[in-house]
Write a protein that binds this ligand. Structure first.
Ligand SMILES: [Fe+2]
Ligand SMILES: [Fe+2]
Length: 264
């Protein structure tokens, strides 16, 4: 568990400029977008957690979930204050805020809880590497900016890193554990500790697991093309067997008619 800490900081952005860091105008705009997005996204997280909380009985998970939700609620309020200050100067901006919130409200209405938990867990997982690069380059990105906005963002990014596991903990508990518990309720001829295990006890060499993890990571990159992926040799073998007319219902495993070939 990550035990997120609630830090109530009295933010004030009165008179803040849109380009709050004149050395970094593009970054200023990008981070203003973060404030608008945070208003919608953090609300979406809070609604997701509110919906996920009732069936959670594990006290440790419950404490994590509540602290996670409270921290995100504070983020939403702080970014709203920033947005409100920008709206004071640019009265047309509420439309941008409404559109952003509506995007996430629509997504919440359109999908089921499992989707929201996967979405939140996945997105929260990429925040740490994403925000690390910004924090590591703070002298370039934040030092020349209005201290109130620079500090708001650094606070938010540090707390995102602090609760980096929370989204996944909730997803694992509500989605994966629930499935395991359902199996354990219905399947009585297998040990319950196997049915409800959250950690895989599958025996695959560590090197192969690492290769697979790296491949999965690369498959999520924007330049990824599935055509260039490394394929298992068995893929061609399977197709050759199919083309030869082999009975593919019994092509591998105990009871297969060609076990002697597989062993080779
Ligand atoms: Fe947040
Ligand atoms: Fe977060």
């Amino acid at each position: 568990m990550s035990d997120p800490i609630l830090r109530r900081i009295p933010w004030n952005f009165d008179g803040v400029k849109f380009i709050w860091n004149p050395d970094q105008p593009f970054f200023s705009v990008a981070m203003n977008k973060v404030s608008f997005l945070a208003a919608g996204f953090e609300k979406y997280i809070c609604r997701t957690i509110d919906a996920a909380e009732p069936p959670i009985t594990d006290p440790a998970v419950l404490a994590e979930v509540r602290a996670f939700r409270a921290q995100e609620g504070l983020h939403a309020m702080a970014h709203r204050k920033h947005v409100k200050a920008l709206i004071e100067t640019y009265p047309g901006l509420p439309q941008a805020l409404d559109k952003t919130i509506a995007l996430y409200d629509d997504q919440f209405e359109a999908k089921e809880l499992k989707y929201h938990l996967g979405y939140v867990g996945g997105l929260e997982s990429i925040f740490t590497p994403n925000f690390k690069v910004l924090i590591d380059n703070r002298a370039t990105l934040f030092a020349g900016g209005d201290t109130r906005v620079s500090s708001l963002l650094l606070w938010h990014f540090c707390e995102e890193i602090e609760h980096r596991s929370s989204g996944l903990i909730v997803y694992d508990h509500v989605v994966m554990t629930t499935l395991g518990e359902e199996f354990a309720n219905c399947v009585h001829d297998a040990p319950p500790e196997i049915l409800s295990a959250r950690q895989s006890g599958i025996n695959i060499p560590r090197r192969d697991k690492l290769k697979s993890a790296f491949g999965i990571l690369m498959s999520q990159m924007p330049w990824h093309n599935p055509e260039h992926q490394l394929l298992p040799k068995y893929f061609d073998e399977w197709n050759e067997r199919f083309d030869r007319g082999e009975d593919m219902k019994t092509t591998y495993g105990q009871g297969s008619i060609i076990q002697s070939v597989q062993a080779a």
